[in-house]
Design a protein around this ligand. Structure first.
Ligand code: ADP
Length: 545
């Protein structure tokens, strides 16, 4: 081999931190505090990260130690994102919506020594504090009461006030652990993914690149997706690196305060799961809102209904772009933008797809026997990915069934076309197999949510004596629309005009709300269980007219 002549500088979070702090010291972090906002420049945030690292060292945090965060999106959470990995420790972002048993499991399994916690979340963390075996200190952010956490609670501001800026970041191996995040574990215990400095650095470059979000210091990014969910899609690091202003909504995640923040702080870019955007759309029906500053809204985490993308475009001129990824892929793996050579009339068609694989991620499609399938846009199989920001294992958790000869099995089933555009039809565990053929719950939901009477729709497979399985459609009607004898036949007819006739569900349930997981996805496991227990009021089987 002829060696190249290039320098081998490690790709670390400290390098990313220093670049943003020095080159974009004047960019700002804005944190919503309900009525008002709090502002800080990157220069100041960088110095506070240095003081946080000094404070954590004083508390005994050493290289490789896990420091948890139990926080909403706010300036201090960003300081932890920057300081903890840069000092050689490992940032463990904890999902504040986990059930107590799962929260206890991930903290004990990750062996967090310190947890930084927002004062508003102290009561929730206090409920499990006695079960936590490795936590030595809690550091409470804000002026709220730390007492429920007991004697080991310190104050974040006091920790920083006792230190000077100018912490000397240690030299680190780019393959060292930087951060960890557990998947929400819909089956079995949550599984931990450990990001490296290198994977985070490369993912940040990819996220800001022109073919993904095209981020720069002209942007103001509203970070709605929680920083405890797959690194807020990498936006905090990517935004910091390029000097985009970062707008943090804190715990004010309802449509009304979000719209207010958008109108006053004028973000150019934002990211959130579809439920948040549908809440905003509904809010806009009865309140004047101003979304004109947004050039790009990334949406993903679950399938984005085409009707949502279209309504935002038509009513507010806002461009929603669908992205696909998972905790295991840092998370960005695909994004749906209209490719070169396709006419503008097809815009919605392309944006409604799951996405085209991003540069840096490789993809393949395999069948149940592990055979590689063609990219013809029709043959469906499981999607497998690999790449420098895709996990190769889970933290202290052997899961050989999740990997296939160096590829990660995503558990997502779909098709890929010749251009690398993915269309996910289901998660493997949610697929509906009727008479041996797949019915896409994602497609049925997508179509149902385009009906003017339907607010939300979740379709799950239920046992059927004749076909093995058939779809059950659970629908939430819009406020003011009431279920009548006509509702189901009407929705069946609507679907029959849009999907294969044999896909149209015979069983229906009108529910008040679709149950959601801790990261805001439809909880289909719960719906299936409710059906099995006979706890859902089911209309049908009704043969479609
Ligand atoms: P969890 O696995 O805990 O739900 P993740 O956020 O890591 O948490 O979930 C990743 C999964 O979310 C993907 O495997 C896929 O099933 C789903 N997903 C993400 N984005 C999309 C999308 N645009 N369309 C359909 N499904 C998506």
């Amino acid at each position: 081999m002829l060696r190249g002549t290039m320098q081998d500088r490690p790709l670390t979070i400290a390098a990313l931190l220093e670049h943003g702090q020095r080159i974009h010291g004047g960019s700002e972090v804005v944190t919503c505090e309900g009525e008002g906002v709090r502002r800080a420049r990157f220069g100041e945030v960088g110095e506070r990260a240095e003081r946080l690292a000094a404070g954590l060292s004083r508390l005994g945090v050493r290289a490789g130690d896990r420091v948890g965060t139990f926080c909403w999106n706010a300036q201090e959470h960003l300081e932890a994102y920057l300081a903890v990995p840069s000092m050689g420790a490992v940032l463990h972002t904890l999902n504040v919506r986990l059930f107590p048993e799962q929260l206890t499991y991930v903290i004990n399994h990750g062996e967090d020594r310190i947890i930084l916690v927002d004062d508003s979340l102290v009561p929730i963390l206090a409920r499990v504090a006695r079960e936590l075996r490795t936590v030595e200190h809690y550091v409470v952010i804000g002026s709220g009461d730390p007492a429920p956490l007991g004697l080991h609670a310190l104050r974040y501001d006091a920790l920083l006030a006792a230190e000077q800026p100018g912490y000397a970041w240690p030299a680190l191996d780019e393959q060292a652990a930087a951060a960890m995040c557990y998947t929400s574990g819909t089956t079995g215990n949550p599984k931990g993914v450990v990001y490296t400095h290198r994977s985070t650095f490369l993912h940040s470059l990819a996220a800001s690149s022109g073919s993904v979000f095209a981020l720069s210091d002209h942007d103001r990014i509203l970070l709605i997706v929680p920083m405890f969910h797959a690194n807020a899609w990498g936006l905090p690091y990517a935004g910091w690196l390029v000097g985009a202003d970062l707008l943090m909504p804190g715990r004010f995640l309802q449509a009304e305060p979000l719209c207010r923040l958008i109108a006053t702080e004028r973000p150019t870019m934002s990211g959130a799961v579809p439920t948040i955007w549908s809440d905003i759309l509904r809010h806009a029906e009865t309140h004047p809102i101003d979304l004109s500053s947004l050039r790009l809204v990334a949406c993903g985490g679950s399938a984005v209904p085409r009707s949502l993308i279209e309504r935002f475009q038509e009513r507010h001129g806002v461009r929603i772009v669908q992205a696909w990824g998972m905790t295991e892929t840092s998370p960005l793996a695909a994004i749906a933008v209209r490719p070169k050579g396709r006419p503008p009339e097809e815009e919605m068609e392309w944006r409604a797809k799951t996405g085209r694989v991003v540069p840096g991620v490789e993809l393949r499609l395999v069948d149940e026997a592990g055979r590689v399938l063609p990219w013809d846009g029709e043959t469906a199989g499981e999607i497998e990915v690999r790449g420098p920001w895709v996990t190769a294992a889970y933290y202290r958790d052997d899961a050989p069934e999740k990997f296939d000869q160096g590829w990660l099995r995503t558990g997502d089933v779909g098709t890929v076309d010749a251009r690398g555009f993915i269309q996910i039809t289901d998660r493997a565990k949610d697929v509906i197999k009727s008479g041996g053929e797949w019915i896409s719950s994602v497609e049925l939901e997508n179509q149902l949510m385009a009906h003017p009477d339907v607010l939300e729709a979740a379709v799950v497979g239920v046992p059927d004596p004749r076909w093995g399985e058939r779809p059950l459609a659970c629908v939430v009607l819009r406020p003011g629309v009431h279920s009548t004898d006509e509702t189901v036949p009407k929705l069946q007819a609507f679907l029959a005009a849009r999907v294969a006739r044999w896909w149209v569900p015979e069983r229906w349930s009108v529910i008040d709300e679709v149950p959601k997981t801790s990261v805001g996805k439809f909880d289909k496991k719960f719906l299936r269980a409710r059906y099995a227990e006979g706890a859902l009021r089911v209309i049908g089987p009704l043969t479609p007219a």
